[in-house]
Design a protein around this ligand. Sequence first.
Ligand code: NDP
Length: 443
Amino acid sequence: MAYVDDIYDIVVKRNPGEKNFHQAVREVLTTLRPAVEANPAYQKAALLERMVEPDRVVIFRVPWVDDAGNVQVNRGFRVQFNNAIGPYKGGLRLHPTVSLDVVKFLGFEQVFKNSLTGLPIGGGKGGSDFDPKGKSDREVMAFCQSFMTELYKYVGADVDVPAGDIGVGAREIGFLYGQYKRLTGRYEGVLTGKGLSYGGSLARTEATGYGLVYLAEELMKDHGTSLEGKKVCVSGSGNVAIFAVQKAQQLGAKVLTMSDSNGSIYDPEGIDLDLVKEIKLVRRGRIKEYADVKTNAEYREGKRVWDIPCDVALPCATQNELDLEDAKNLQANGAYAVVEGANMPSTPEAIDLFNAAGILYVPGKASNAGGVATSALEMTQNSERLSWSFDEVDAKLHGIMKNIYASISATAKDYGQVDNFMMGANIAGFRKVADAMIAQGVV
Ligand code: NDP
């Protein structure tokens, strides 16, 4: 049996029940096959065995007191996956679905994504099954302080630098940073996504969504077209989705949909983003409220967005949110490209269908890398004790996304698989980490 197949079997046996982790590893291993088979040194160094095993996993109790005076207990996680090319870097997710399986899949993907940015950052991820939705600011602060009271032992500006993800935005990062500073007495760039008044970077909030659309535009241009005048479906209505919509609209696309975990909105006249921002960012409300104001728009309770005809699909909510049925809808409606804002939003069956149907497909580890890349730019500014202008950061982000597209496209071509961006991303991300690991010996 081939080396990559052996490794997949080992991962399944050693990590029983971790379905998301298995899925992420499988996707990477199957596309790495030609690169690994062409270089026997990788097998000799047991490189894949080492890459699928995190450097370490920390799991901890997070006790806090709610507004009614009751003690609540959540579970906290940090997976430090691989630091061959730089300190661990990756977000913290606060959502009831967070488990060891979920943080491992995200941490594994992060290793390749961070490598693709071209910046010196390793891969990690963390979070908790705490649900910030419906909690008061005081409850969120109590949770964040307790979470950091354990986490601070394992992180640091040159060790591991967490950031935001689902359920973690500026408010949560502020509470986490305050507690880190209090516990350690150190004022250092230990977290990214910080507020502008205490070391944050301009354009970090926008970076994942903007970067996604920069990459989508690059893809379109490379295929002789552009986003101008295209119909776009976006899922989610959080940080990534909102700024993806903003940039897509700036580039002349018409965005028709957004969603949250309760349902979706379809606005045939194009999404009114100011209204979405007011509902989501100011009031922390539900996307349903959009249709209360915009009576021409339709609210679709419990429905995803992928049955609405579009040219470009940008899934920006969560893992496995676009399945085979959704992919068939996109195909039937003549979709041209699917570019992922979320991590692993398309199921393997959906990806197979995109490939068979000739729908251009770019995996999140390439197309959503603008967020972590700009986090790395925030780290640089913190080290320099300087702040760059919005335009400076945005221009660097734009350049990084262009480079990522060029790299994944060229790598796919090198292996005779034109437009297989999943293979291009996995191999390009893998090579740099693999070479660093080999150079550093058996560690
Ligand atoms: P947010 O918490 O800001 O927003 C998440 C959005 O997705 C919300 O609209 C949320 O709806 C929806 N959502 C979450 N879980 C589900 C679910 N199970 N079913 C349906 N909808 C769901 O998170 P982000 O925008 O930061 O993250 C979105 C995705 O992008 C994630 O996959 C994340 O890992 C990825 N990502 C984020 C980066 C960043 O910089 N923030 C960087 C790279 C990737 P609801 O409000 O109802 O929960």
